[in-house]
Ligand binder design. Structure first.
Ligand code: FES
Ligand code: MG
Length: 578
């Protein structure tokens, strides 16, 4: 990496090409003046604010106020702030699934950061895919950058229950499906689940990615967990604006911060948080932009030595706001200091070791456990391998039922999301509580584009009989706010010809979490026969972004990035190949 010290160039950076440099400068200054800025302001260095607010994104609804606070910090530190919109990905407003557009957003961020005249950039995101997309783009553009997040929603109340999106959404929905609560009550709960601005209130994907961004050093200490509606969130925005000015011309660029050590720190924190399975994909994708690989075998190694320390939903009892008031990510990292690379440098110039040293020593042990008395002795996630998942699969063991960890059982197969929807609640479905449910053709190369459908519903007749968990396997993802014994991201996926597409109802599968194995107990010869008879389900887009996506999408172990966006395509797999 070459990290030459560029001068701050402000409005003169990266001129529009008219074949006459002086004319280009003159024209740009003239048009910039039309925005009402004085010459004094236009002579300042420029901090871009890549902001992903949108009317289609509830989590970002307080961004106007946050942008004002960033601008305050930038102006106070002597630069000119200019915000610009990028694609926004409101998790529940994007079809078929927001993951499909994460790479598109990363391209938007990368190219606009590069194309517009700014000397550093504040990335303002929050909802699940927006922060990964911004970090991916920032890693590729490698202009000095600092991440600012929306912050988590505050909890609401329903009767005696504390409510936070969206683990409680699922709990109440399950109660409704199994007939424990009536339609009238679910309608009341619906209005109370997400009651403030900010990202989902539990350790879902948004909170996990915010926390990992802090752990990898791309935001100031405490930046991840301050509640969205708190005045401290605005002060963090102001501080971020000031920091972005300090970064101008500095060597602290995204690629010098995301080192192998920083990546391992992020993985360690992920495992200690019992964080979202989606974070494995996003970290792999962010790392891939700087030529690093998130090795799932390494993840298992780290998982074996890392305790789960926080007791947050979906696996525990608390919410993200509680994590902040309990001491935040610095307090979590202090408990992990023997497992972290303390000399990893962060965007503020402090090392992770400095941050731990400077952190408030007070900690609420109800929310953040001591390393000697953890919530769980080993990490929240494990990768599984076997003939069903030659390139790996992920299980969130901290959200799963240990009674199911060593299981051999019959499998009931659903060949697509449509098949699942059509048959899962059929009273005649041949299924028992001891079976494994398996969903095919919901991976990255399928038409479904890897939605969060891996949390297969318990068949209604079993749910009504009191069954709360079953082993569920798919090439899909699961929401970070969900829980259960659920094997996800099976790779290669069914639509690209992976073995998961060769499973038939009645086969037997053996899961061993202890051995990190997932085996389909069918002979190789039989699988070969089935392969010849299995239809090709790979999605082929015919035009536009859909076509680009279907040609370039990589498998889960490469973070589902596009092949042509990787730092070094030669050292990675062929796009989309099994
Ligand atoms: Fe935006 Fe959950 S919907 S973080
Ligand atoms: Mg989510």
């Amino acid at each position: 990496m070459t990290d030459k010290k560029p001068e701050a160039q402000g409005i003169a950076r990266g001129l529009t090409n008219y074949g006459d440099e002086a004319f280009s400068k003159y024209l740009r200054r003239s048009f910039a003046s039309s925005m009402g800025y004085s010459r004094e302001m236009l002579d300042r260095p420029i901090v871009g604010i890549a902001q992903s607010g949108s009317g289609f994104n509830n989590c970002h609804r307080h961004f106007p106020e946050m942008i004002e606070a960033v601008k305050r910090g930038v102006i106070a530190a002597g630069a000119l702030p200019l915000d610009f919109p990028t694609i926004s990905l409101g998790e529940v407003f994007v079809s078929p699934t927001s993951l499909k557009f994460r790479n598109l957003m990363s391209m938007d961020v990368e190219e606009m950061v590069r194309a517009q005249p700014m000397d550093s950039v504040v990335l303002l995101g929050g909802c699940d895919k927006t922060v990964p997309a911004q970090l991916m783009g920032a890693m590729s553009a490698n202009l000095p950058a600092v991440q600012l997040v929306a912050g988590p929603m505050s909890t609401g109340r329903h009767k005696e229950h504390r409510l936070g999106a969206c683990t409680d959404c699922r709990r109440f929905w399950q109660q409704f499906r199994s007939g424990q609560i009536e339609e009238e009550e679910i309608n009341v709960v619906e209005r109370k689940l997400a009651s403030t601005a900010g990202t989902c209130a539990v350790m879902g994907t948004a909170s996990t990615m915010a926390s990992l961004t802090e752990a990898m050093g791309m935001m100031p200490a405490y930046g991840a967990a301050i509640p969205a509606v708190s005045a401290d969130r605005l002060r963090m925005a102001e501080e971020t604006g000031r920091l972005a000015v300090q970064l101008i011309g500095s060597e602290r660029r995204p690629r010098s911060i995301l080192t192998q050590q920083a990546l391992e720190n992020a993985v360690t924190v992920l495992l200690a948080l019992g964080g979202s399975t989606n974070a494995v994909l996003h970290l792999a994708a962010i790392a891939g932009r700087v030529g690093l690989k998130l090795d799932l075998k390494k993840l298992n190694e780290i998982s074996d030595r890392t305790p789960v320390l926080v007791d947050l939903k979906p696996t525990g009892q608390f919410y993200m706001e509680d994590l902040h008031y309990a001491g935040g990510i610095p307090a979590v990292m202090r408990e992990l200091r023997h497992l972290l690379h303390l000399d990893a440098v962060t965007v503020t110039g402090e090392t992770i070791g400095d941050r731990i040293e400077n952190a408030d020593p007070w900690v609420d042990r109800n929310v953040i456990a001591a390393a000697e008395q953890p919530v769980r002795v080993n990490g929240g996630l494990v990768a599984l391998y076997g003939n069903l998942a030659p390139k790996g699969a992920i299980l969130k063991r901290s959200a799963a039922d240990p009674a199911l960890f060593e299981t051999e059982a019959r499998v009931v197969v659903f060949t697509s999301l449509e098949d699942l929807a059509a048959r899962i609640d059929d009273p005649d479905l041949d299924v028992t509580a001891d079976d494994i449910l398996l969903l095919q053709n919901a991976g990255p190369t399928s038409a479904a584009a890897m939605p969060e459908a891996g949390y297969l519903p318990i068949p209604k007749k079993l749910a009504r009989a009191g069954v709360k968990d079953m082993i569920r396997i798919s090439d899909a993802r699961m929401s970070g706010t969900a829980y259960g014994t659920i094997v996800l991201h099976v790779s290669p996926d069914a639509a690209s010809g992976g073995p998961i597409g060769l499973v038939r109802s009645g086969d037997r599968i053996r899961l061993s979490v202890e051995k990190r194995e997932i085996e389909l107990l069918v002979s190789e010869a039989e699988l070969e026969k089935r392969r010849a008879l299995t239809p090709d389900t790979r999605h082929h887009g015919t035009r536009g972004y859909d076509k680009l996506y279907s040609k370039e999408i990589l498998q889960a172990e490469d973070g589902c990035d596009f092949g042509f966006l990787l730092d070094d395509p030669c050292s990675h797999g062929t796009p989309g190949a099994a």
